[in-house]
Ligand binder design. Structure first.
Ligand SMILES: [Zn+2]
Length: 282
């Protein structure tokens, strides 16, 4: 297992995309958040992607100052979209003080709701984001042409985060020229991700933000198959190596970008000496 606590970092990181309300964290959610803080992750953005997860994400964000909420209806659940779900989503967003609408978009890769059903839910939620003046976290898989078509038709002032960006040149060019952000996570650490790494080496650093998608998308060489926000410095190290930058720079720049993209407020990290003991012996 990668021993991230063995290399202390002073930069503050943000995990801009995690699912800590997933049952995978039921046994040790508090410990997982504490470990993130020890690893220098000052804030975790939790994505509630369907109605029952809106409730759990809200609860998590109100219980921990280290968690912010993003709420939306994932394309895989687009068939749950109705005018009343949309009203419920709006209420939850307001109550949870969610910083964005998401993750929303199109996913033609996995079997799921029909494309037309997905497009309708996506477009309606973009309108909601416009009404609420909130940024949008985009999930796109095997649906680039349709996705881009819809994004181009949205209000130009809307700001997008292209979550788990896969390295498409067309999306990169479009996103760059319109001031949007690219989510960098476990995908770029994989042996086969040469194309993605090539694109990420070229994108301006001020467009990149870090994400784990925990409990999914574990970075390469991390043995625990459950991804956690404490793995953010592992991803940052891969990016630092790729860009020939130091870890502190990657941490501070991506954190500034996350603040700009999602309007986050990050509570200060405890001083290194105030952090809980790293090794607890009986
Ligand atoms: Zn996700």
């Amino acid at each position: 297992m990668v021993d991230w606590v063995a290399e202390p970092v002073t930069a503050t990181f943000v995990d801009t995309h995690a699912h800590l309300d997933d049952p995978a964290f039921d046994a040790d959610r508090d410990v997982v958040i504490d470990r993130a803080v020890q690893a220098g992750v000052g804030l975790v953005v939790n994505i509630g992607y369907r109605p029952r997860r809106w409730t759990t994400t809200r609860a998590l964000a109100s219980a921990s100052p280290r968690v912010s909420a993003v709420l939306g209806l994932h394309p895989q659940h687009a068939d749950e979209f109705t005018p009343s779900t949309c009203d419920e989503l709006e209420q939850c967003i307001v109550q949870a003080e969610a910083c964005a609408v998401g993750e929303i978009g199109l996913d033609y890769f996995r079997p799921g709701p029909a494309p037309a059903v997905q497009r309708h839910a996506f477009e309606q939620q973009l309108l909601l984001a416009e009404r609420l003046s909130l940024p949008v976290v985009i999930h796109q898989r095997a649906a680039e042409a349709d996705c881009l078509n819809i994004l181009q038709g949205a209000q130009p002032s809307l700001r997008f985060v292209l979550h788990s960006f896969e390295g498409s040149e067309r999306l990169a060019t479009w996103g760059l020229s319109h001031g949007h952000y690219f989510g960098v996570g476990g995908l770029m650490t994989r042996v086969g991700s040469n194309h993605l790494r090539g694109i990420l080496a070229e994108l301006p650093l001020d467009r990149l933000i870090l994400e784990t998608d925990a409990p999914y998308l574990v970075p390469a060489q991390v043995k625990d198959r459950r991804n956690v926000p404490a793995n953010i410095p592992v991803i940052a190290r891969h990016l630092a190596e790729l860009r020939g930058a130091d870890l502190e720079t990657i941490g501070s720049v991506t954190t500034m970008n996350a603040v700009a993209a999602l309007g986050l407020r990050i509570p200060p990290l405890p001083q290194q000496t105030d952090r809980p003991d790293r090794v607890v012996l009986p």
